[in-house]
Design a protein around this ligand. Structure first.
Ligand SMILES: C[S@@+](CC[C@H](N)C(=O)[O-])C[C@H]1O[C@@H](n2cnc3c(N)ncnc32)[C@H](O)[C@@H]1O
Length: 259
């Protein structure tokens, strides 16, 4: 594929108005590294890509993204977002799930797979990760973001919901009860084992936030408070010697390679 990365000016005008989240910034940085290694822009698959905030950020950086998602509403919002950013040519939305990947890809493989906030919803996470490994070229990269179990245990306990906290801790799916909107949460060692079993290696895991979802909104009076908490969280999740805190992340963000 020819290098379709935009000029600095095009990239600036296509950039979303808000600062991209740390996860999106990490994925765009990973794509940049892959681009430099391969010498061309990337073919990307985003399974469960929803309304496309990752897909559009990657397209704005010059890559081609195929979003596979079962929700027609999400795909309509994705198409709108891509159109409004002037990036429709680089973003394709396809209705489906991991079972659809062989048909969608029709024999080709991609350089980068994203799966953010979707593994919680699939029938069989191990089978989905194996399907994602098959979609990747050898040496290709995966960005996986899943909800962490311990974060919700802490959040529920701090909110005084001790029964929910205990249920989330012992439930095989990490759910706090029948009204929990998430079908599944993951422990760090569990998600790393699933990835290794699916053929991924060189796993690097980072928590998204550790404190951000625990501090009551009533204590965040101002933008300065919110900025201070964000900065504290950023230090916590990235500082040396604090890797053990990863397991408390509300999101567990894993970067991996197909071996
Ligand atoms: C929490 S949203 C995450 C969207 C997007 N990845 C993001 O980070 O903003 C979860 C997405 O997973 C999709 N989804 C639900 N079940 C799925 C399945 N079995 N396979 C793939 N995606 C699924 C939903 O339609 C939704 O768009």
């Amino acid at each position: 594929m020819p290098d379709e990365r935009p000029t600095q000016h095009q990239a600036a005008s296509a950039r979303p108005p808000l600062r991209p989240s740390a996860v999106v910034a990490t994925v765009v940085g990973l794509a940049e590294q892959c681009h430099d290694r391969l010498g061309r822009s990337l073919d990307v698959l985003d399974l469960g890509g929803g309304t496309g905030h990752v897909a559009v950020a990657l397209a704005a950086a010059g890559h081609r993204v195929t979003v596979v998602d079962p929700s027609p509403d999400a795909l309509a919002a994705l198409a709108r977002r891509a159109r409004e950013s002037g990036l429709s040519e680089r973003v394709a939305g396809v209705q489906g799930d991991s079972d659809s990947l062989p048909t969608v890809l029709a024999g080709r493989t991609v350089d980068l797979v994203c799966c953010h906030g979707a593994l919680e919803f699939v029938d069989d996470p191990g089978a989905t990760l194996r399907a994602l490994a098959s979609a990747l070229s050898r040496g290709g990269s995966l960005s996986l973001l899943v909800a962490g179990r311990l974060a919700v245990v802490f959040a529920k306990a701090i909110a005084g919901e001790f029964t929910h906290a205990r249920t989330a801790l012992v439930d095989p799916q990490g759910r706090w009860g029948p009204h929990d909107p998430l079908p599944r949460r993951f422990d760090l060692d569990q998600v790393e084992r699933l990835l290794t079993d699916a053929g991924f290696s060189a796993l690097q895991t980072r928590a998204t936030t550790i404190l951000g979802h625990l501090v009551p909104a009533a204590l965040l009076d101002s933008d300065a408070d919110r900025a201070a908490l964000t900065e504290l969280d950023e230090l916590l999740v990235s500082g040396p010697g604090r890797e053990f805190l990863r397991t408390l992340g509300s999101g567990l963000h894993v970067l991996a390679r197909r071996g």
